[in-house]
Design a protein around this ligand. Structure first.
Ligand code: ATP
Ligand code: MG
Length: 675
């Protein structure tokens, strides 16, 4: 575009502003009068009266005051123009937090973005961050970029962070590393990366925690019970058994890892060996009694065919069904390299307390089910850490609050999340889950949806893909009472004549009537269509359910020179010092050392294959459920495209003032389908 045409366009827009300017009312009239009086006072007739000081200032003051007001009014269209590009043109509320800009002062919160209207920064304070921040948007619209801005500030202010990366991109790891380098915090950086064990720290999610918490975490690997009515009972029994086993290990002060558990769950001799070790370490203990009683159920008396006696493995496997097979995949191969440790470099509880920065990649190698199971294990471990933090005196809990960013949370979400919002708040941990659609939550249960999304104080809504998600997102933002205007018109023509008589007394008539009406009606504050039209890097933020912002998020990125200066990522290594808990040194359980003696490859392969098949089936079923839900939402939308419900009174066309009214049919349809 040439400079002239650019100027011409701006001139036209400016002229249009003047046309649209509505001048009138008391203030404008007084201002005009004031200017008029000021000018009148300069006339020769009055100038004599006002020649002396201070009366001579009166005409100037009047003209200036009136002129200033009128100029302020004339500039209104420009003042209302948005400072940043926006597809919504809504006015944002004031920032919930006005940070102290004095040098050295901390903000006490994080910057989320800048309002499109005034360009003002929007901060969320720590207290409200602890009520969690939920991010939703379709692929490639800026969710990770938005969370990166938060992570950068969190790192910069010395806070702790766990970034669970569900969509592994080498750039994400590099970026967090660069943030650490820039802020001088490389030494606080820990990495869990099963894809690249040589550049990963070691991690053992089954080691630290109360026995029943750990049992709960491990049992999450078993797919949801709803497809199998008997499974609930099985889970109860399995949980009891696993708890007893872990208690025995802990009481014997034996450090264990995933492969040790696998060996124990798949081999009776290993179980008996643990019983002997426990009897030596803690004779007469309650844990030993419990474990012996548990094993009694499976003991086989020596017989001519089986002179040694032992444990009925088939019965034992029925109790632990499938857990061993699932754990095995985490105890071998690349996973094994990271997880077969008795002295892990990453201990989430310690990491949170030490404000560490932990990047955890879900594996891309192997099957989706492995990534999903690993994500769930990490979340379960995080929950253990959170429950311990809750028990600490308030002053010892992390501050600034610890940030847990769960990217692509939909892929490893399960019922376990429902307890997260309330527990983590009191532990000073805030969650930032990012998802592409809410259908993943709905597919599990409406309660989970309510707990995780409904309870998030701040919601960041980016451009959404499907109509169903757009409807849900619009619902999250809320509704307002709007005015529905209707205009109806009728016209009528009539003619009558007698057919047989050719007389001029036939009748003809024509009539027209027009009626207009207004009625109040609930409508979306931001419509689903508007949400589908948001631009990349632009979001609608809701805060506390009643404040709304249209914001743009800046992208934080280091230039090539800085990246070269920071160099390639290098993992921090720590000297192994052995596991010491409460001043007591724990010995390695060491079942893995005898893995060949304990595990027959054929049996393990069979168990693992069976577990993988079941997991794949469960994953397919979950994905089908999500797809069906999305399809149902879409179909409901096609059947009843978001038009205004018709007023029963109006006879002809009616138009909604805001162009859209809620499609309650679609929402109810979704809810019914889901229930
Ligand atoms: N605020 C922004 N400013 C400028 N560019 C942006 C912004 N947000 C996103 N982008 C561009 O869009 C790309 C994708 O953004 P991002 O990775 O955050 O998407 P996403 O929503 O996380 O997608 P996915 O769900 O696929 O991970 C970025 O690499 C960047 O080029
Ligand atoms: Mg992303």
């Amino acid at each position: 575009m040439t400079a002239t045409s650019n100027f011409r366009r701006k001139f036209d827009v400016g002229l249009a502003h003047f046309y649209n300017l509505k001048v009138g009312g008391t203030s404008d009239t007084l201002a005009a009068l004031s200017v008029g009086c000021g000018l009148l006072a300069t006339s020769p007739a009055l100038s004599g009266q006002l020649a002396s000081f201070p009366y001579s200032l009166l005409p100037i003051a009047c003209t200036m005051a009136g002129g200033a007001w009128l100029a302020w009014r004339a500039m209104e269209p420009w003042r209302r123009e948005h400072a940043l590009a926006s597809s919504l043109k809504i006015r944002s509320d004031e920032s919930p937090l006005e940070p102290d800009h004095n040098p050295g002062a901390t903000t006490g919160g994080l910057l989320v973005g800048y309002t499109t209207d005034s360009g003002k920064p929007i901060y969320i304070d720590d207290e409200h961050l602890m009520r969690h921040l939920f991010i939703i948007g379709q692929s490639g619209v800026g969710k990770t970029v938005a969370a990166s801005l938060l992570m950068f500030q969190q790192i910069q202010r010395g806070g702790g962070l766990l970034f669970i990366d569900g969509k592994i991109d080498a750039a994400n790891l590099a970026q967090i590393y660069h943030y650490c380098c820039y802020t001088g915090r490389q030494h606080d950086f820990l990495v869990i990366n099963p894809d690249d064990p040589d550049n990963s720290n070691t991690y053992n999610p089954v080691l630290f925690g109360d026995a029943d918490e750990k049992a709960d975490g491990i049992l999450q690997l078993i797919p949801s019970t709803e497809t199998n009515p008997g499974a609930d009972f099985f889970k109860q029994e399995a949980k009891q058994a696993l708890t007893t086993l872990i208690r025995a290990l802990q009481r014997a002060r034996l450090a264990y890892n995933v492969i040790d558990l696998t060996v124990l769950l798949m081999n009776g001799s290993a179980m008996l060996e643990l019983e002997r070790k426990l009897a030596t370490a803690a004779p007469g203990s309650a844990e030993l009694k419990e474990f012996t009683l548990f094993l009694d159920k499976f003991r086989v008396q020596p017989s001519p065919q089986n002179p040694a006696g032992g444990i009925d493995m088939k019965k034992l496997k029925d109790v632990f069904g499938g857990i061993g097979g699932r754990l095995y995949s985490f105890g071998t191969g690349k996973f094994g390299q990271i997880m077969n440790t008795y002295d892990p470099e990453v201990n989430l509880y310690e990491a949170i307390r030490g404000n560490k920065i932990v990047y955890c990649a879900l594996p891309t190698m192997g099957k989706d089910t492995t990534a999903r199971n690993f994500g769930r294990m990490v979340i379960a471990d995080l929950r253990t850490a959170i429950s311990w933090l809750q028990k600490l005196p308030e002053k010892d809990r992390p501050w600034p609050p610890f940030m847990a960013f769960c990217d692509e949370a939909g892929s490893y979400l399960n019922e376990n999340w429902s307890r997260i919002p309330e527990q983590s708040r009191s532990a000073h941990v805030f969650f930032v889950p990012a998802v592409q659609t809410v259908a993943n939550f709905q597919a599990i249960s409406d309660e989970l949806y309510e707990m995780v999304i409904g309870n998030a104080w701040t919601k960041l809504i980016f451009k959404v893909g499907t109509q169903g998600t757009a409807e849900e997102a619009a619902e999250l933002i809320g509704k307002k009472i709007g005015v529905l205007r209707s205009l109806s018109g009728t016209t009528a023509e009539s003619s009558s004549m007698s057919v047989l008589r050719h007389l001029p007394d036939s009748n003809m008539g024509a009539g027209a009537s027009m009626a207009s009406g207004e009625r109040e009606q609930e409508m979306y504050i931001i419509t689903p269509d508007e949400l589908k039209g948001l631009q990349k890097g632009e979001a609608v933020m809701t805060y506390g359910g009643d404040q709304i912002f249209n914001i743009r998020i800046p992208m934080t990125k280091f230039d090539k020179e800085s990246q070269a200066r920071f160099g390639e990522f290098r993992v921090n290594r720590f000297r192994a010092s052995g596991l010491v808990i409460d001043g007591i040194r724990w010995r390695p359980a060491g079942f893995f050392a005898n893995v060949d003696r304990y595990l027959s490859t054929a049996a393990v392969r069979k168990e693992t294959a069976k577990a993988q098949e079941e997991d794949q089936k469960a994953l397919n079923a979950d994905q089908a459920k999500v797809a069906a839900l999305q399809k149902a939402q879409g179909a409901a939308e096609t059947a009843a495209p978001g038009t205004a419900p018709r007023s029963t009174a109006s006879t002809a066309s009616s138009t909604a003032a805001s162009g859209f009214t809620p499609d309650t049919a679609a929402i109810n349809n979704r809810k019914q389908k889901n229930s």
